[in-house]
Write a protein that binds this ligand. Structure first.
Ligand SMILES: Nc1nc2c(ncn2[C@@H]2O[C@H](COP(=O)(O)OP(=O)(O)OP(=O)(O)O)[C@@H](O)[C@H]2O)c(=O)[nH]1
Ligand SMILES: [Mg+2]
Length: 344
């Protein structure tokens, strides 16, 4: 289970973006739980989201990063125990500090790491935010690798461009997406942003990242392993075989293949390699892996058209009974930012 947080100031467009993301991931077959934190006692956004047939749980009457910390932790632990969610989408209140949220997660729900964070910045109120709440804005930007510049329709294009450039300076680790989130806008944006969010799980926003270096192709997979279905050694072999099967293996191929899995006690394992020779395993020495796992293939060369089939075949050999779902059907373009190494 992964946690995706959609941060941003009050009314910036968090729920709008979350709706688009949820629709996109729902169509990919991911099982979604939404946690809606409302500063007010009554939830409205959760009703909006329930209309989309999403399971939504409400954390009303305060802020998840401070006064409702305990409630948030309980809800996340409950979701982990239920063991039926691929993604939990959290919308904190518009005044939540994302840095504080990250600390709460690390301390009380370490299974989730720092989660994945996107931030929505309201273009039409950017000037006001920088004057009135510069620390909150900086907090939101620092935590995120994907920054959505909403309400771009409300101000002149030149102004959108200027703010976008400013945000890229303020948050050099982030990709910035000017958008109109109304109507199908959020859903259309989600097709670009959602896969990148899942790819950035290994590289939290707060870490500085190498500068972008041109387009690369990436393909992510959600795997379902039988209980205890894959030994850590077999996971390492799987990554090695995938790298070896890519079109230009060895020195001519520049890329990264990463596998993430967990064992029955919640221990995590990250296997990654850039050549068949340098495949390494990091994580808390877990036992046999099972359940939801993830695989990401990133390449500077076009990925083979039959990559899905190839990966499915290699997975079937490594873990009979496992299934695999591409997180998006077409390989996406992303910059080298996505390749930042996770900490061990
Ligand atoms: N014109 C325009 N309006 C937008 C855009 N994105 C969101 N809105 C509107 O802005 C208002 C707030 O959007 P929400 O998605 O509810 O914002 P939020 O961040 O979830 O708000 P809170 O949860 O209350 O903090 C709604 O009326 C949206 O329709 C956009 O890109 N352009
Ligand atoms: Mg909202």
């Amino acid at each position: 289970m992964r946690l995706v947080t959609v941060g941003g100031f009050l009314g910036a467009g968090k729920t709008s973006l979350l709706q688009g993301l949820a629709r996109w991931w729902g169509e990919q077959g991911l099982r979604l739980l939404v946690l809606e934190n409302e500063a007010g006692q009554v939830g409205l956004d959760d009703r909006l989201l329930r209309d989309l047939a999403l399971e939504v749980r409400l954390l009303p009457g305060g802020c998840a990063c401070c006064d409702l910390q305990g409630v948030l932790v309980d809800k996340l632990k409950q979701a982990l125990d239920e063991d039926r969610w691929d993604l939990v989408l959290l919308e904190p209140s518009g005044v939540a500090s994302l840095a504080s949220l990250g600390q709460v997660l690390e301390r009380y729900v370490p299974e989730l790491g720092q989660g994945i964070t996107a931030t929505v910045v309201d273009a039409s109120r950017h000037a006001t935010m920088t004057k009135a709440l510069p620390k909150l804005l900086a907090d939101h930007l620092a935590a995120s690798r994907q920054v959505v510049l909403s309400k771009a329709d409300l101000i002149p294009a030149k102004e959108v461009e200027r703010i976008g450039n400013q945000l890229r300076l303020d948050a050099p680790q982030a990709q910035v997406w000017p958008a109109d989130l109304r109507g199908d806008g959020a859903y259309e944006l989600a097709q670009e942003v959602a896969p990148r969010l899942l790819e950035s799980w290994a590289a939290p926003g707060r870490e500085s990242a190498p500068a972008g270096d041109g387009p690369h192709q990436a393909q992510s997979y959600a795997l379902d392993l039988p209980p205890n279905g894959l030994t850590p050694q077999a996971a390492q072999d799987l990554v090695r075989r995938i790298i070896a099967a890519l079109p230009a293996p060895g020195q001519d191929w520049l890329g990264h293949v990463k596998f993430w899995g967990s064992d029955a006690s919640g221990g995590h394992l990250l296997v990654s390699g850039t050549t068949a020779q340098d495949v390494t395993t990091r994580g808390g020495s877990p036992g046999p892996l099972g359940g939801r796992s993830w695989l990401v293939v990133i390449s500077h060369l076009p990925l083979p058209a039959d990559l899905d089939e190839m990966v499915r075949l290699l997975l079937a050999q490594a873990a009979p009974g496992a299934s695999l779902e591409p997180v998006r059907s077409t390989p996406s373009l992303l910059s080298l930012d996505g390749l930042a190494q996770p900490s061990a």
